[in-house]
Design a protein around this ligand. Structure first.
Ligand code: PEP
Length: 253
């Protein structure tokens, strides 16, 4: 059985006070309404991580993650945050290779492979993002592109390390646009990814890797997306900033 996961990527949103309020609403609602077998992860901005982790205390229902980490372990890299720093604060998860980092911060496959290694070396669970821009989908080159993204970021791992990875398939044309992939499009790409993993790591490993869908997931489309055979939950941006919407999405998993 693959782990079902619903993760909220807050991006560069919320004041500290809003982040505290959102966390406290989620704690209450998750405890009362959500089944225990769905893993919930919130990805707040870096400066709030430690405080929100403390606010969650021993609440095991909600994990905390960082939206990025440096490829370096330590040193003169002003403004950067390392995987080891995250680990030292008790952070369990990290998003690597989000399309906004690829697009706005020029993050490339080899760099992302280094970040994956740093995260794993520090015991963090990476959510590795992949997904095609609209032009690639229109040119019908999206499968090849996503396979290349998977190869670049993950194919240097061995099967044991691969079992520690979560993948998020996020078509760029669906992120923050209100345009969601159809269930057929999502299932098709998740299967492409799983088969590609199987070709490298074997069927047993590929069957264990959770593959999340991301791209304008909302309370009213989550259920049908999460019902797809190879969709194991979601990475949610905008809708994770409203506690009621996020909880309804989690309940759909
Ligand atoms: C995301 O940022 O990963 C995302 C999927 O955003 P949204 O849900 O807003 O499309």
């Amino acid at each position: 059985m693959r782990q079902k996961i619903v993760a909220g990527n807050w991006k560069m949103n919320t004041s500290f006070q809003e982040a505290q309020a959102l966390t406290s609403e989620l704690m209450g609602m998750a405890g009362d309404e959500v089944r225990g077998d769905v893993k919930i992860i919130i990805f707040p901005p870096f400066p709030y991580l430690y405080s929100l982790k403390a606010q969650l205390g021993t609440n095991a229902r909600i994990e905390v993650g960082a939206q990025n980490c440096s490829e370096h372990a330590a040193g003169a890299y002003t403004g950067e945050v390392s995987a080891g720093m995250l680990k030292s604060m008790g952070i369990q998860n990290v998003i690597i290779g989000h399309s906004e980092r690829r697009q706005y911060f020029s993050e490339t496959g080899p760099l992302l492979a280094q970040k994956i290694d740093g995260a794993l070396a520090n015991g963090l669970k990476p959510i590795y993002c992949c997904g095609e821009p609209l032009e690639e989908r229109e040119a019908a080159t999206h499968e090849e592109l996503v396979k290349t993204q998977i190869e670049e970021g993950l194919f240097h791992l061995n099967a044991e390390a691969m079992k520690k990875i979560v993948i998020a398939y996020e078509p760029v044309w669906a992120i923050g646009t209100g345009k969601t992939a159809t269930t057929d499009q999502a299932q098709e790409m998740h299967l492409v990814i799983r088969k590609h993993l199987a070709s490298k790591f074997g069927n047993e490993t590929a069957a264990l890797v959770p593959i999340l869908y991301g791209g304008s997931v909302k309370a009213d489309n989550a259920r049908e997306l999460f019902a797809c055979a190879d969709v194991d939950g979601g990475l949610v941006g905008g809708a994770s900033l409203k506690s009621r919407d996020f909880i309804e999405i989690i309940k759909s998993a």
